[in-house]
Design a protein around this ligand. Structure first.
Ligand SMILES: *[C@@H]1O[C@H](CO)[C@@H](O)[C@H](O)[C@H]1NC(C)=O
Ligand SMILES: *[C@@H]1O[C@H](CO)[C@@H](O)[C@H](O)[C@H]1NC(C)=O
Ligand SMILES: *[C@@H]1O[C@H](CO)[C@@H](O)[C@H](O)[C@H]1NC(C)=O
Ligand SMILES: *[C@@H]1O[C@H](CO)[C@@H](O)[C@H](O)[C@H]1NC(C)=O
Ligand SMILES: *[C@@H]1O[C@H](CO)[C@@H](O)[C@H](O)[C@H]1NC(C)=O
Ligand SMILES: *[C@@H]1O[C@H](CO)[C@@H](O)[C@H](O)[C@H]1NC(C)=O
Ligand SMILES: *[C@@H]1O[C@H](CO)[C@@H](O)[C@H](O)[C@H]1NC(C)=O
Ligand SMILES: *[C@@H]1O[C@H](CO)[C@@H](O)[C@H](O)[C@H]1NC(C)=O
Ligand SMILES: *[C@@H]1O[C@H](CO)[C@@H](O)[C@H](O)[C@H]1NC(C)=O
Length: 780
């Protein structure tokens, strides 16, 4: 009997094995058809999607059970659980544009594990110190009647930043909803937070049902990231906002304080991981959110979510979703990513998206270290706990480890690595590299240390991301960490103290590029220069959730109203806010015109009158900052814009060899080249001889005007425009010109390697407006 049981189990197993294998292979694919023809009802669309699915499945039931989303508004497609073979069969169908397996995405915060805090200094000043003048704000009515959709982790509606007191009515065009769920119902929406929806099918397909003790199945933000980005775009002006420990106090405000916000929650915690590891966002969920946001009537979409490696446009849910949004004149801003400073690390490179890099602001939180030899070393912190004003023993982490820690990990203060015996009562110097900034502090605290100095690794350069550590602490740049090490080496009993932090404004030089900001060139299409622009992303203050500590470590039980984050996640909503203000001033402008206005007016000079640096003090390039640092006031009056229509983007697809993007559109027989897309910047890769590029500008300034061409060509390259003078006699008038880029090979060869990029710019100016385009050229 027993034997029989065994063999029949075996038999069953053998029978099941191929089935199991088949199941194991299944994953969520997105099947994309382009646009809707506009003749079908929502029900008919769903039935059509279902019939495609049924054509590769065995039964109607199986087809229905495998469908996650049917995208029915702007986007025509569906997400379903498929085997690779089923996906392949669908991709072969005539009407299908593309089929791709969904990729989960991450937020683009610098490190998901380290948030900081700060308050605001002067009441009048914008917290993040890019100056949006009162004049621009009042012209834009502070963003009133403009709707910004935010794809993120939800919102903390109780925050003072989302009060609707004194706000105008909800725009009549709004068609969205306020979706209820645990901890969030219709009473949480108001005239500030006008919409809330959440998307979780992709997440649950992958991870199983949401664990209710880890997050709420609603727009309630239990994470903090979504509250931070939403309030950076459109938080109200909140006086006397303050950080933990009574750090700087002042007025907190979003860039467009009267804008209406629509929240689309698409990011959820990874089960079994610490909150500090950050959430994950599934592509099929984001695709559904974008489809709804377009139908709901948002004007701007702010998406601080990226990939760690770039994806082709036709396999990129954010890119395709954004294309549909741009068709409806919605401006889409996305973060460039936090994988810098290495080249070719940029995400969200599609030319219809505004891709945003991150840079510093002119504010620091000085907390120097004083060494036993009397030397004072500058450091920064937003840590509320303070040391007494006396000297403490000082140690380098590598000298106080317990047991066997490998040499390269010895200075890193990884969890459990320090010896309590050797650390007790001391200040410990730990280096960045592996592990998290806040986690290193916690390890020093666990081992009984009294204070903690965090030393940058060489790659971090001058960038100091400040944290509200759980013990007295400060952070120093790499060279200063070495000076502290030299002091430790020089004496038998090294001692030091850390002076409590204070906020200092107008620090110089600022801005500089954050080390973490992802860099070009654009690996998907090197003929499109990316990122487009940079904005503040280092140590940015904004609203926070009440359900998560500022560091998001489980050891941290503090609750805060405002918190500091670093990342391109923080810079993206700055640009979204600026786009919302421009939208309010120029409601008929296309998203390309708004992007052009932001890009051609961006600044290249820091507050000491020198070119923007990167974190190492070298001059940064357009692969870090794009066109430069955003200047919203100037962008309101750009003079000329490089416009582009939806059709231009379809032609662009033809130029990169994607013949099928819209079933009703046929590529012309003469294939256009992607370099001719009417973009406000210029990238030429592998230049061999001469290339002639077409551009068209539209006059949006004063009626009669004359614009003159000038350029600062890259070394070894000549740049000429034809014509080099443009005459305009009315607003809306378009003028085309060509730019001839020629390699002066002899000079280039002398100075540059093959494939190395050289940079320059060209400008059209009428004496009032400077319409500048950066350029990047590499030689074949
Ligand atoms: C919404 O939830 C709040 C509690 O958070 C409750 O007081 C209120 O009655 C609820 N409103 C509705 C319409 O369910
Ligand atoms: C849900 O999360 C809690 C807290 O993280 C954990 O203790 C519990 O085991 C989880 N439940 C399941 C079913 O995973
Ligand atoms: C909301 O989520 C938190 C964890 O983030 C959990 O503790 C709480 O019980 C949840 N509330 C509901 C109503 O699900
Ligand atoms: C600001 O808030 C603090 C408490 O957080 C309070 O002590 C202080 O009086 C307030 N200042 C003003 C000007 O309201
Ligand atoms: C992008 O598409 C090209 C051409 O179809 C292909 O060769 C390449 O591998 C794709 N890249 C990625 C990252 O999927
Ligand atoms: C320490 O670990 C390294 C490799 O991890 C090993 O080669 C070495 O023998 C160990 N030393 C001691 C003293 O355990
Ligand atoms: C400190 O001394 C150790 C060995 O005694 C040496 O390896 C290290 O390079 C020294 N560090 C500095 C910064 O002088
Ligand atoms: C740009 O092009 C779009 C679409 O072709 C058009 O609606 C718009 O008026 C043009 N001009 C500006 C300044 O946006
Ligand atoms: C550049 O173009 C010339 C003439 O078309 C060709 O002979 C040469 O091989 C090209 N060089 C490179 C590096 O592509």
């Amino acid at each position: 009997m027993a034997k029989l049981l065994v063999s029949s189990t075996l038999l069953l197993l053998l029978l099941l094995l191929p089935l199991l294998a088949l199941c194991a292979e299944k994953q969520v694919y997105i099947v994309y058809f382009g646009e809707h023809s506009g003749e079908k009802t929502l029900h008919e669309i769903e039935e059509t999607h279902h019939s495609y699915l049924f054509s590769v499945k065995n039964t109607q039931e199986e087809a229905r059970a495998s469908l996650l989303y049917s995208y029915k508004h702007s986007i025509n497609g569906f997400a379903a659980l498929l085997s690779p073979d089923e996906a392949q069969r669908l991709s072969e169908k005539e009407e299908v544009v593309s089929v791709w397996p969904s990729h989960p995405r991450k937020y683009t915060i610098h490190t998901t594990r380290s948030w900081e805090f700060v308050g605001l200094e002067e009441g009048e000043k914008h917290p993040n110190h890019y100056k949006i003048g009162g004049d621009l704000l009042s012209k834009a009515r502070y963003g009133q009647q403009v709707i910004v959709g935010v794809l993120d982790s939800g919102v903390w509606p109780e925050s003072r930043s989302f009060s609707d007191e004194g706000m105008g009515p909800i725009p009549k065009s709004w068609k969205g909803i306020c979706q209820s769920g645990p901890g969030f119902n219709s009473s949480h929406c108001n005239r500030k937070l006008i919409g809330a929806r959440y998307y979780i099918k992709g997440y649950e397909q992958h991870y199983g049902p949401l664990n209710a003790s880890e997050d709420n199945r609603s727009c309630r933000d239990t994470d903090g990231h979504g509250t931070h980005t939403a309030s950076t775009v459109g938080g109200r002006s909140v006086p006397n906002a303050s950080a933990i420990g009574g750090f700087a106090r002042g007025t907190a405000s979003g860039g467009a304080p009267l804008v209406h916000l629509a929240i689309y929650k698409v990011c959820w915690p990874v089960p079994g991981h610490s909150k500090a590891d950050g959430n994950t966002c599934f592509e099929e969920d984001m695709f559904a959110a974008i489809d709804d946001a377009i139908a709901d009537g948002v004007n701007v979409l702010s998406i601080s979510i990226g990939t760690s490696s770039p994806v082709n446009y036709t396999d990129d849910g954010i890119a395709i979703g954004a294309l549909h949004a741009v068709k409806k004149n919605i401006v889409v801003a996305c973060s460039a990513g936090n994988s810098g400073p290495a080249p070719s690390t940029l995400s969200n490179p599609a030319p219809w998206i505004i891709t945003v890099g991150a840079s510093s602001v002119d504010r620091e939180f000085l907390a120097p270290v004083v060494l036993g030899n009397g030397k004072k070393i500058e450091g920064q912190t937003v840590t509320p706990s303070k040391l007494e004003r006396r000297m403490y023993p000082l140690a380098y982490a590598a000298d106080v480890v317990k047991g066997n820690v490998s040499k390269d990990m010895a200075g890193q203060c990884l969890p459990g690595s320090l010896s309590s015996e050797k650390v007790k009562g001391k200040i410990v110097l730990c280096m960045r590299g592996t592990g998290t900034r806040v986690g290193k502090g916690l390890e020093v605290k666990r081992a009984g240390g009294v204070g903690f100095i965090l030393g940058n690794s060489p790659a971090n350069g001058a960038e100091i991301a400040c944290d509200p550590h759980l013990l007295p602490a400060t952070a120093v740049v790499y060279n200063d960490a070495i000076r502290i090490l030299e002091y430790i080496n020089s004496t038998k009993n090294p001692i030091a103290t850390i002076i409590p932090g204070r906020t200092v404004l107008h620090t110089k030089p600022a801005p500089f590029m954050a080390a973490f900001t992802s860099r070009g060139p654009n690996v998907i299409d090197p003929n499109i220069l990316k990122p487009d622009i940079t904005a503040p992303g280092l140590n940015i203050l904004a609203a926070w959730t009440g359900m998560d500590s500022p560091t998001r470590f489980s050891e941290d039980h503090r609750v805060v109203e405002y918190n500091i984050f670093s990342g391109t996640s923080m810079s993206c909503p700055h640009v979204s806010a600026a786009a919302a203000l421009l939208k309010a001033i120029h409601p008929t402008w296309s998203s390309a015109a708004i992007r052009s206005a932001l890009m051609t007016t961006a600044g290249l000079i820091n507050n000491i009158g020198l070119p923007l640096n990167d974190e190492s003090g070298n001059v940064a390039t357009p692969f870090a900052y794009g066109s430069g640092h955003f200047r919203p006031i100037k962008a309101a009056d750009p003079g000329l814009v490089y416009n582009a229509s939806y059709t231009d983007y379809l032609l662009y697809f033809c130029s990169i060899g994607v013949k099928k993007i819209n079933p009703t559109f046929k590529c012309p027989t003469a294939t256009p080249t992607s370099i001719d897309l009417n973009y406000p910047s210029l990238a030429v890769s592998k230049l061999n001889g001469t290339v002639i590029i077409k551009r068209t500008v539209t006059n949006v300034g004063s009626g009669r005007s004359i614009y003159f061409f000038s350029s600062k060509p890259p070394v070894g390259i000549s740049v000429k425009a034809y014509p080099s003078i443009l005459f305009f006699d009315h607003v809306g008038q378009k003028k085309s010109f060509t730019i001839t880029v020629k390699a002066r090979r002899e000079i280039l060869r002398k100075h540059h390697e093959k494939d190395e990029y050289v940079f320059g710019w060209y400008t059209w100016t009428d004496g009032l407006h400077n319409v500048r385009s950066p350029m990047a050229v590499s030689l074949a």
